[in-house]
Design a protein around this ligand. Structure first.
Ligand code: XIL
Length: 562
């Protein structure tokens, strides 16, 4: 063996213990005697302690490589089939379905206690030619049959579906593929989401794309699409950020960008992470790659609705990059021999492995379920959580609580009196002293007070302003206008002034104009009427430098609100 002949090479030194383990394991038949793929705590365990998953993509041919599968089983807790659930595999000719390859991936995942991201249902690529050759008036029915049959087949076995994959061109326009053409526009996306929801109400439904990781035209287009789907009540649960990066080019806006999507009330996930290097890779390249991987993991950990990170493939030997980007490779955490690279170690540290004693705890939050309430009437719920570690003090926090409610950090009691009608997506996070965390997400609907104007305000309107996220230089806010009078509010114009130096950059559910600190928001076409007792919400993203204090006085159509 050549290890002993090159004692000074770091790669040789690192390889030695793993070779020894593999040989011992093979002799004793104890393949899982130690976690495969590296010393230290496996990524899946570290991720779970932070309340997220760490996944990989697997293809059917990967399953016959035992070195690969032992790493896949030990390190990851989510699996995405690389190709096996795509249309060209699952329905190669009209009405003839083939789920064998996808089933093989699901079996592997289940045998190793891993969940599955279904990928994907509707995509312009890896689409058999019979679909693109159909008369346009038959495409909708073919698409709905495909979705219904595939989602139904995997019902209860997949955690989430990439329902529509890569709908956008890089300039933010929609791809004019066969689905777009058949529906005469973007309508196929809502139709696909509704069809998937009907087939499996429990799977999380995602839109997935690349080059949307940082802010920019394509990301703004996805943001507007999700906003408008939400406004129309179309089922959409998450956005996947593929994250096929080029070395050194992880966008600095990635955390803020994922946070603004999360503020719309959807989960976010890094779905296809790799970081390609122009070959041959130098050791400086591998160091940069380690910092790129850590940046992505930290971005996900910083956004409470980021549910997990998936790397696209297990190692450099099975990565799609060399085949798709000539001259590039070395894009994953594992080298050609499934030895961990610096990016593995940085990922492990970002997930918290160096956190000293007590790591590896699991915090489980019991989801209190859907909550309701009424403006002006006290409401609340006790959150319960458990920790796998003994004697841990738990700390409770929540984002997205209805205005007027708060959570007690040490007892987990949510209490208060709602001040505004509306529906919020609330994420509760419980952490222990080791940094282990668990989360639960629920919907909280507050209705307007019935009868005679509960809150005692003098106006015929009430406006609540909730800053949903804030980071250095930016923020996302949502406003709810409630009609507390007895007549409908129509063709509304909401005015207020910022106390600080905020500047609105883009908004939704209203047309926004700003002059100095004064802001005017005018209704969109679809929300021009607010009925008595009803409410409507709008929001925006903005920048700030020294003061992001919330505005406190609001008028609607010139009448000041309570
Ligand atoms: C890739 C697979 O990894 C390759 O094996 C296949 O030849 C092409 O597709 N975006 C996606 C993935 O959503 O499905 C793609 O996977 C990579 C880019």
């Amino acid at each position: 063996m050549s290890v002993g002949t090159s004692p000074g090479r770091r790669a040789g030194v690192r390889a030695l213990p793993v070779l020894a383990v593999t040989a011992t394991a093979a002799v004793l038949g104890l393949v899982f005697a130690m976690p495969a793929g590296a010393a230290g705590t496996p990524l899946r365990q570290l991720a779970e302690a932070k309340g997220i998953y760490f996944g990989t993509a697997l293809t059917q041919s990967n399953l016959s490589n035992s070195t690969l599968t032992s790493v896949a089983a030990a390190q990851f807790d989510m699996v995405t089939p690389g190709n096996e659930m795509k249309w060209d595999t699952t329905e190669p000719s009209n009405g003839s379905f083939n789920f064998g390859p996808g089933d093989a991936i699901v079996s592997f995942a289940q045998a190793n206690n891993e969940r599955v991201r279904g990928h994907n249902l509707v995509w312009h690529s890896q689409l058999p030619s019979w679909v693109t050759s159909l008369p346009l008036n038959q495409v909708q029915s073919a698409m709905e049959t495909h979705i219904t049959t595939e989602v139904n087949h995997y019902k209860g076995k997949v955690y989430s579906w990439d329902v529509v994959n890569e709908p956008f061109n890089d300039d933010g326009s929609l791809r004019q593929d066969v689905f777009y053409n058949a529906f005469g526009g973007s309508g196929y996306i809502a139709d696909a989401l509704r069809t998937a929801r009907a087939a499996d109400p429990n799977a999380k439904l995602y839109l997935n794309d690349y080059n949307i990781e940082g802010t920019g035209a394509k990301s703004n287009a996805m943001f507007s699409l999700v906003q408008s789907l939400k406004a129309q009540g179309v089922p959409i649960d998450g956005v996947g950020f593929e994250s096929h990066f080029i070395l050194g080019q992880v966008p600095s806006t990635m955390e803020a960008n994922m946070a603004r999507f999360a503020a719309l009330g959807v989960d976010v996930a890094v779905t296809e992470l790799d970081d390609r290097i122009q070959l041959p890779a130098t050791s400086a390249n591998l160091t940069q790659q380690a910092s790129d991987y850590a940046a992505v993991v930290n971005d996900c950990l910083a956004v409470s609705r980021c549910v997990g990170v998936t790397q696209w493939g297990v190692g450099d030997a099975d990565s799609w990059i060399p085949g798709a980007f000539s001259g590039f490779g070395a894009a994953t955490m594992y080298d050609q021999n499934y030895q961990p690279k610096p990016a593995y170690t940085s990922t492990q540290s970002a997930l918290g492995s160096s956190g000293g004693g007590g790591g590896g705890n699991t915090v489980t939050v019991t989801n209190p379920g859907t909550q309701t309430g009424t403006v002006g009437t006290a409401a609340g719920v006790q959150v319960h959580a458990t920790d796998s570690g003994a004697g841990q003090a738990l700390t409770y926090s929540a984002t997205g609580l209805p205005a007027g409610l708060s959570i007690n950090a040490s007892s987990g009691l949510i209490s208060g009196t709602p001040t505004a009608a509306g529906t919020s997506s609330v994420t509760i996070r419980v952490t222990d002293a080791t940094g282990a965390a668990g989360t639960a997400t629920l919907t909280w609907t507050v209705s307007a007070a019935g009868g005679g104007g509960g809150t005692g305000g003098s106006g015929t309107c009430h406006v609540s302003y909730a800053r949903q996220t804030e980071w250095a230089g930016g923020f996302v806010a949502n406003l709810t206008i409630s009609d507390t009078g007895s007549a409908a509010i129509t063709n509304w114009s909401l005015t207020f002034s910022f106390p600080g130096d905020q500047r609105i950059t883009n908004g939704w559910n209203a047309t926004l104009a700003q002059s100095g600190t004064a802001v005017t928001a005018t209704n969109a076409g679809y929300n021009s009427t607010i009925s008595p007792g009803g409410s409507t919400s709008l929001g925006f993203q903005g920048t700030w430098t020294s003061n992001d204090s919330s505005p406190t006085a609001f008028s609607v159509n010139g009448v000041s609100c309570s």
